[in-house]
Design a protein around this ligand. Structure first.
Ligand code: HEM
Length: 373
């Protein structure tokens, strides 16, 4: 058993949770790469102490500011106020060590989603998998702390509905109240950023770094999340597809189930599209979702046939100078998820399908609730 860290023991004393002479048992908890997490058995019961690391536990030299622990504590406080019981109760935050103390949730009473599935419960795969993976990958790339994942999702879904949905006036105001204040959060992340965001900040200033975060936190994860849910739904319905290599399955998914159905262009010169005249300056709504299923694109355009000829001839990632920057990352993430989930998906049945919100460009699937067959 590793030795109890003295500075964390003293943090507990400072927070009034421990008498100065008390030496409780510290048990390291595994699973995270951005923090040191211990279970501490106090006289009043177990708590969890979490210290943000300045250098992440990964092979590469990834660094992140430890002040994020203070923001996480503030977020836990706010979340507990907004939805009581939604997060573990916060017992305190110690600025000196960059650690916070929260209630320890016994895994016996708080099982993870795979155990819940095995126990016969229904689980929302959109929340358990699709919402988590792309955001975690992006956070690593951008060297952001992912502990505020729920907050990022709330912001990105609201942004998509506000800009591409059909909210009435009242709803527009409600969405703006979520998206607007988030700008300040992103600005603070940009100001204390490391890695790529820091380089943008140094080269182009705080506005550009904040804007890059704003854009990437939507484009870089919401798209892939939505795709994973749409694809998982399809694969549960047609488990035979899982016999094919995961990469080929993903490509057919992108061709027929792209999460972005349309995008816009402005004609730079007078032209004609499919016989219709388009003048320079006119807006064109490009129907990306239909392009992959057009006659002549693939051998069997309307059917999902992994590996078929023409499988990659779709517009899921757009085309031209602005073609999606993250297409290879998205493909890789989806391939890993399909390969990892394949054994589980074969044994699942859909309890409730993901209904999409009304939106001009994004499919916006909702919860995909599944249970073991
Ligand atoms: C399945 C997942 C994804 C889909 C379907 C998708 C789709 C798209 C589409 C249709 C465009 C517009 C392309 C055009 O105008 O021709 C786009 C742009 C973009 N995407 Fe993605 N995307 C995905 C994932 C990602 C990821 C993971 C990232 C970054 C980590 C990302 C970053 C971007 C960026 C930066 C642009 C703007 C490129 C520019 O305007 O030059 N996307 N994406």
């Amino acid at each position: 058993m590793p030795e109890a860290p003295e500075d964390l023991r003293l943090a507990l004393v400072r927070l009034g949770l421990l008498d100065p002479e008390e030496r409780p048992a510290f048990t390291p908890l595994t699973g995270g790469v951005s923090s040191d997490i211990w279970r501490v058995d106090l006289r009043s019961g177990p708590v969890c102490i979490k210290r943000a690391l300045s250098r992440l536990k990964v092979a590469a030299d990834w660094r992140a500011p430890v002040e994020r622990n203070r923001y996480e504590a503030a977020w836990l406080r706010l979340a507990a106020e907004a939805v009581p019981g939604a997060v573990p109760a916060l017992a305190g935050q110690d600025a000196e060590t960059g650690s916070l103390v929260m209630a320890f949730l016994d895994p016996a009473d708080h099982p993870v989603w795979k155990e819940r599935l095995r126990a016969g419960e229904a689980v929302d795969l959109d929340a358990a998998v699709s919402s988590e993976v792309p955001l975690a990958a992006l956070a690593r790339l951008l060297e952001l702390d992912v502990d505020a994942a729920t907050e990022v999702k709330r912001f990105s879904r609201a942004a998509l509905e506000l800009f591409w949905g059909r909210p009435d006036l009242e709803r527009q105001l409600a969405l703006a109240r979520i998206v607007g204040p988030y700008h300040a959060v992103l600005r603070s992340w940009a100001a204390s950023s490391t890695g790529a965001t820091r380089r943008v900040l140094e080269a182009h200033g705080e506005d550009a770094a904040t804007a890059a975060l704003f854009f990437l936190l939507v484009a870089g994860q919401e798209t892939t999340s939505q795709f994973l849910t749409l694809l998982a739904h399809e694969l549960i319905g047609s488990p035979g597809l899982l016999d094919a290599p995961a990469g080929a399955v993903v490509e057919e998914g992108l061709r027929l189930l792209p999460p972005l159905v349309s995008w816009r262009r402005v004609a730079a010169v007078d032209t004609a599209i499919g016989g219709a005249a388009v003048a320079a300056g006119e807006s064109v709504l490009v129907w990306l979702a239909a392009a992959g299923a057009d006659e002549g694109v693939a051998q069997c355009p309307a059917a999902m046939v992994p590996g078929q000829r023409g499988s990659r001839r779709h517009l899921a990632f757009g085309a031209g100078a602005h073609r999606c920057l993250g297409s290879q990352l998205a493909r890789m993430e989806a391939e890993v998820v399909v390969a990892e989930l394949a054994p589980l998906l074969r044994r699942c049945a859909v309890v409730s399908p993901p209904a999409g919100d009304e939106n001009l460009s994004f499919r916006m699937p909702g919860p995909l609730v599944v249970a073991m067959r």
